[in-house]
Design a binder for this molecule. Structure first.
Ligand code: GDP
Ligand code: MN
Length: 379
């Protein structure tokens, strides 16, 4: 789950990270009032789950409250990377002498939180990583001990020669690390971390992503979710207890188990198709899940064929078959469906489907080939 900048910054500020005071607004009127309260010179920032807002015109500096109001009128309602701006953050303008990048990610390879810092901040860090990787210092942190003060100082000295600034930055790294751990984050990032002409070190932008698995333990964090900023099909899937990721292809996939879902997507690509989604209906076989899965997939106008790939272990294939029958009787599915079922109660499942004139296969390759061909025909 991604937090908005205004949410991330309130967590960081509570942990002591120096950031200018600010407030969030959803109308130009509110922006003018906030700007006046903050002294007039402010930055108006689009609150959407996308990086590169600055480049897209979603971060603007205003000299007066009236100008802030006008800029807010332009930013509110604009779309950045397909996302509509519903809210803006208003913060007092900081003078900038330098911009650095400080990020912390959960790294699967080292199985640790890894710090990444660079004096080439402000801009897209992926670009720095691709063109000048030597400008990024990486440091895996052993979670048993946390970030030692000398490690924090080592990272900070990679950014600043000035000792007072390095000490300030080291403090910020330790605060960032504690926020990362305390909130079950998968990413916590400050870009830019700036120095001012007066020598202060300040965080001007913040991004935090929370591991979804943390949310059961932390209902307070779950409340920060902004569903209006998320893909509607993913919101629907989460509510139905399905693991779903929308993709760009045209073969809708309904699979049980994450591993088989990945293998199915691989096979779709192997036979020249493109999966429209990752969907894991889970191990339990509740027909209702199948109905919801079909609702979500058929709502995607890109989908041209639907592929079921069910390996019945704990999942009973007859339950899945009942789900397919229930779904197709509850609403009209105007798409070809290819069904591959094998395992627990397979004969029963085939009977149920035959009873409504549907056919199922038990060979995975054959089913994927058919689904890819049908999607191509319809495209
Ligand atoms: P992003 O583009 O989505 O990462 O948004 P940021 O909040 O990082 O802003 C982009 C850029 O706008 C920063 O790298 C700065 O160069 C500039 N910017 C943001 N806030 C301020 C500010 O208070 N003062 C000045 N002078 N520039 C700012
Ligand atoms: Mn930024």
């Amino acid at each position: 789950m991604n937090l908005h900048e205004y949410q991330a910054r309130s967590i960081l500020r509570a942990a002591g990270v120096p950031m200018p005071d600010g407030d969030v607004a959803s109308t130009p009127d509110e922006v003018e009032v906030i700007a006046a309260r903050l002294g007039g010179k402010v930055v108006v920032k689009a609150q959407v789950h996308a990086g590169g807002r600055g480049k897209a015109g979603g971060v603007k500096l205003a000299a007066t409250p009236k100008e802030a109001r006008e800029l807010a009128g332009k930013i509110l309602g604009m779309t950045i990377k397909g996302l509509t701006v519903e809210k803006v953050l208003v913060v007092p303008t900081a003078d900038i002498a330098s911009e650095s990048y400080v990020g912390l990610i959960m790294d699967r390879e080292s199985q640790r939180p890894v710090f990444m810092v660079s004096a080439a901040g402000g801009v897209d860090i992926e670009e720095v990583a691709a063109t000048a990787p030597e400008k990024i210092l990486r440091l895996p942190v052993d979670p048993r001990y946390g970030l030692f003060p000398h490690q924090a100082m080592g990272l900070a000295l990679f950014l600043y020669r000035d000792f007072a600034q390095a000490r300030a930055a080291a403090g910020i790294m330790r605060q960032l690390y504690s926020v990362f751990i305390a909130n079950g984050a998968s990413l916590a990032e400050i870009n830019p971390l700036v120095t001012t002409p007066a020598g202060a070190v300040l965080a001007l932008d913040a991004k935090i992503s929370i591991d979804d698995n943390e949310l059961d333990r932390r209902p307070d964090l779950a409340l920060l979710r902004d569903e209006s900023a998320e893909d509607p099909s993913e919101v629907m899937a989460r509510k139905a207890g399905l693991t779903f990721i929308k993709l760009d292809g045209n073969v809708g996939c309904v699979v049980n188990g994450a591993g088989l879902a990945m293998a199915t997507m691989d096979l779709v690509k192997y036979y020249g198709g493109e999966p429209a989604n990752f969907l894991d209906i889970g191990g339990s076989s509740n027909p209702e899940k199948v109905v919801n899965a079909l609702r979500i997939i058929t709502a995607d106008p890109n989908v041209k064929a639907i592929l079921f790939n069910i390996f019945g272990g704990i999942t009973r294939t007859d339950d899945v078959a009942n789900g397919i029958v229930a779904a197709t009787s509850q609403f009209k599915v105007n798409l070809p469906i290819v069904i591959r079922l094998t395992g627990t109660n397979q004969e029963k499942a085939f009977e149920i489907l035959n009873g409504v004139g549907m056919r199922a296969l038990s060979d995975m390759d054959e089913a994927v080939k058919q689904a890819v061909a049908l999607a191509k025909e319809a495209a």
